[in-house]
Design a protein around this ligand. Structure first.
Ligand SMILES: O=P(O)(O)OC[C@H]1O[C@H](O[C@H]2O[C@H](CO)[C@@H](O)[C@H](O)[C@H]2O)[C@H](O)[C@@H](O)[C@@H]1O
Ligand SMILES: O=c1ccn([C@@H]2O[C@H](COP(=O)(O)OP(=O)(O)O)[C@@H](O)[C@H]2O)c(=O)[nH]1
Length: 786
């Protein structure tokens, strides 16, 4: 199968257009790492959709620019009147600062036409325009790869239009902690849209974790090991650290023109050691902090004055935004002060250039640099660091790298990592770098060079695309496996044919009334059997051919109260305790299970229950569940998030427990306590107790279970039970071998059913416990007729 065509969508095209005549256009390369990185995508047939950097209002202009761009594989998106409020406003004045921990900017007060809402409206409109262009150029089978915070609504628009589209979204900036993200007024809509993509990618694990946390805290949805699940739809969240195209830098720095530049620059710098900075002139890059640290270094190291210089390439960016003007003025002020303090007639310590530079010159500078100084206050990745590593020659330079750049995680081992806010620390690192031995420089360089060489842009893109294709292909396969609505007729037919049936039923959400029709209670929930089930269940339980087990996370007393009068098996606390209603409870807690954490957790649950009206918690011997279903939803979510933080910081920090964040609950239990893992013990007990001789030839297993408990559905899958299972016998710790003939399941006599969810390992689903009532009624009718 050939590679699919790739539609890359990003705010900016790789080239910025400038009109040079009515029908003619010239182009320069757009600045920034996103463009540098994506230019490396050589192995895909790619069309790049984005803004050409200019507004074009006449038809001739639009047409000629489209033609000129088509030759470069680019398709223009004209943003026209929304451009300013979209790009300068919502993207770069609202999302950018929040994503980089610079806080939510206050609304403009002096211009009533520019409000938070007007900028968000422009954002929506612009995303709609991007969508229109994608729609026009999309061909069946294409992969649409959306880039960055500028197009967070695009995945939703695309999926609403055509759910079969393969859509990925990658964020090039940090994704902040949910504490910061939640200040964004449109936080939920943006998250929900991004979650419609098939794959969501980030540069680092921290960013991915923050994103998943935000989804859990803000949308109240469940996280899985692979991503997040929202209303049955799984969105994969994964980490893909971007790289550069190393050969491009290695080869360029070997060009004779570049070698000439190297000689020239060395000569120009008069033998002084060179500290280099290459950044867009952006607040996040920490350029003022860099200057302050260099000033401190010069202050404290008189010997180095006149022997070292800092060259800062401050690439112009986002000039339409006031904050970017301010940072420019601030930098100029600092440079003036420092040069005034430490300069001489023949030289100044800092050269600050407000411009881009030619690629060959950039490579030459990287090659002769003694120290590359990266002081980003926050940075998605920072490709400049990798580019510097790739251009090094025989005499190696040192990388000083901010721990707040994504690159800190990849290149930290071969760099001097610093906190850019700590001026003293950065100043000290400058000293260490300038005095580092050639051997140490070589050692550090080697580590990083290996990394840069082996983590190219192409590799990054391949990894993302392969994952996206794998996911969408599996999703297609899975689509065939999506559970079917339970075929009641088959359930009854098989039931009537069988002689030894096993019914495993959950309680909460399965045998209780559907949530909405239950009364809200302030004092916790009085879990109660659905009133319409009482008589019917009794009839089933009394059928000698049928064994009924209620397997619940609830504690013994709740099951006693609801089911004590029925002829059935009760498995409380996910199978930790078991009894037939005619007998006593038997403990199934493994002897070595550590339960010391219980009291601490109970304390935290009590604290939050008292402060969250409508919430309640269930406590049992090996697990606790805090439920906020009847509390205010938003407040409950926020409390759950705080609660988790308290738990991790205290009572469970070293305990072997699993913490499961359900839809509207937090559950803590000893590691490995799942319904599936309890099945062996339960079956062993039943088989032993009933002295079963004929195999179980019918299983109906229904529940509204947490993801971690869905192992119950697979435990009895006919394929798996073909193998011999060993069940521990009653009162003995040694497993008793029970042959697979104890359960004789084939495809048609095994029904695993998830209630109210379609993202499940179960074969079938039912909408709600009302359907369970219907089904059990039908089974009873069969009993009566038989
Ligand atoms: O297009 P601009 O608004 O001028 O900004 C340029 C780009 O800045 C950001 O780049 C990020 O992407 C890099 C590559 O992944 C990463 O190394 C860096 O840390 C980020 O800041 C922005 O995310 C892009 O959308 C802009 O095009
Ligand atoms: O005059 C210049 C100097 C550098 N760069 C490039 O800008 C990118 C900066 O990427 P980085 O990831 O470091 O930060 P970003 O600007 O994307 O935030 C690098 O590829 C640089 O080579 C540029 O476009 N023009």
């Amino acid at each position: 199968m050939g590679r699919p065509r790739l539609l890359v969508v990003s705010m900016s095209l790789p080239v910025t257009a400038k009109r040079s005549g009515e029908e003619s256009w010239s182009f320069t390369m757009s600045p920034g790492g996103l463009v540098s990185a994506l230019l490396g995508l050589k192995e895909f047939e790619t069309k790049w959709i984005g803004w050409p950097g200019v507004d074009v209002h006449d038809e001739i202009g639009k047409k000629t620019l489209s033609i000129a761009l088509a030759e470069k594989g680019c398709i223009p998106v004209y943003l026209e009147e929304v451009c300013d409020q979209y790009y300068n406003g919502y993207c770069n004045n609202i999302l950018w600062p929040i994503f980089h921990y610079m806080g939510t900017p206050p609304e403009y007060r002096n211009d009533a036409t520019i409000t938070y809402q007007s900028q968000y409206d422009a954002y929506k409109k612009a995303n709609q325009i991007f969508f229109d262009v994608v729609k026009e150029h999309y061909e069946d089978g294409d992969v649409v790869w959306c880039h960055d915070y500028h197009v967070m609504l695009l995945p939703q628009y695309l999926k609403e239009y055509n759910n079969k589209m393969k859509v990925g979204w990658f964020l090039h900036t940090p994704f902040p902690s949910s504490e910061m993200y939640k200040t964004l007024p449109s936080r939920s809509e943006l998250l929900r849209s991004v979650l419609t993509a098939d794959l969501v990618g980030f540069h680092t694990y921290d960013f991915a974790r923050h994103f998943v946390n935000a989804c859990m805290c803000i949308l109240g949805i469940e996280a899985t090991s692979e991503g997040v699940v929202d209303q049955g739809k799984v969105t994969r969240v994964a980490v893909f650290p971007i790289g550069i195209e190393p050969e491009r830098f290695i080869n360029t720095s070997a060009l004779s023109e570049v070698i000439q530049y190297m000689k020239k620059f060395k000569n120009d710098f008069g033998g002084r050691k060179l500290i280099l900075g290459v950044d867009r002139l952006d607040m996040i890059k920490g350029i003022p902090q860099k200057y302050q640290a260099f000033e401190k270094f010069l202050e404290e190291n008189e010997d180095w004055r006149g022997k070292v210089m800092l060259l800062q390439i401050a690439v112009p960016t986002r000039n339409g935004i006031g904050e970017y003007q301010k940072i420019k003025d601030q930098c100029h002020g600092l440079v003036g002060r420092i040069n005034g303090r430490f300069g001489s007639i023949s030289s100044v310590p800092i050269i600050h250039l407000d411009c881009s530079i030619d690629f060959n010159q950039l490579c030459a500078l990287y090659a002769i640099t003694d120290v590359l100084l990266v002081t980003s206050l926050r940075d998605g990745m920072n490709l400049v660091s990798s580019e510097f590593i790739a251009c090094q020659k025989a005499e190696k330079g040192v990388l000083i790298l901010s721990e707040f750049a994504g690159a800190g995680q990849s290149l930290g081992a071969g760099a001097l990592l610093v906190n850019p806010w700590n001026i003293k620390e950065v100043s000290a690192a400058i000293g260490v770098a300038l005095n580092m031995s050639p051997e140490e420089k070589e050692r550090k360089h080697k580590i990083n060079f290996q990394y840069v060489k082996s983590h190219s842009t192409q590799q990054w893109a391949d990894d993302f695309m392969n994952k996206l294709i794998e996911i969408t292909t599996n999703a297609k396969l899975r689509a065939g496996n999506v559970p079917y609505e339970l075929p009641a007729q088959d359930v009854i037919q098989q039931y009537s044919k069988s002689n030894n049936r096993l019914l495993i039923l959950g309680f909460y959400g399965t045998l209780t009334q559907p949530m909405k029709s239950q009364e809200r209670r302030g004092d916790g929930m009085n879990l109660a059997l659905h009133p319409q089930l009482k008589e019917r269940l009794k009839a089933l339980c009394n059928d000698p051919k049928t064994t009924v087990v209620v397997l619940s996370r609830s504690e013994k007393s709740i099951l006693d109260k609801n089911f004590g009068e029925y002829n059935m098996w009760l498995a409380a606390e996910n199978g930790m305790f078991l009894r037939h209603t005619s007998g006593e409870w038997v403990t199934k807690i493994p002897e070595n299970m550590n339960l010391e954490w219980i009291d601490g957790v109970k304390h935290v649950f009590k604290y939050f229950t008292e402060r969250t009206p409508g919430s309640f918690f269930e406590t049992s011997e090996a697990s606790l569940v805090w439920n906020y279903e009847y509390a205010d939803t938003e407040f409950g979510k926020a409390q759950a998030r705080d609660m988790l933080q308290h738990l991790w910081a205290g009572p469970i920090s070293n305990a072997s427990v699993d913490v499961v964040r359900g839809g509207q609950s937090v559950e803590v239990h000893a590691v490995g306590v799942t319904k599936g893992s309890a099945m062996e013990r339960i079956l062993g007990e039943i088989v032993h107790n009933k002295s079963i001789t004929t195999p179980i030839d019918y299983v109906l297993c229904m529940g509204c279970f947490l993801g971690k408990d869905e192992d119950i559905y697979t435990f009895l899958e006919p394929e798996l039970t073909k193998k011999t299972k060993s069940f521990p016998s009653s009162g003995s710790n040694s497993p008793k071998k029970v042959s697979s003939t104890i359960v004789d399941l084939k495809g048609e006599n095994y029904f695993s059913v998830a209630i109210g969810q379609t993202y499940t390992k179960a074969r079938y689903f039912l909408h709600s416990s009302d359907d369970v009532v219907q089904l059990i009624s039908k089974l009873c009718t069969h009993n009566n007729n038989a």
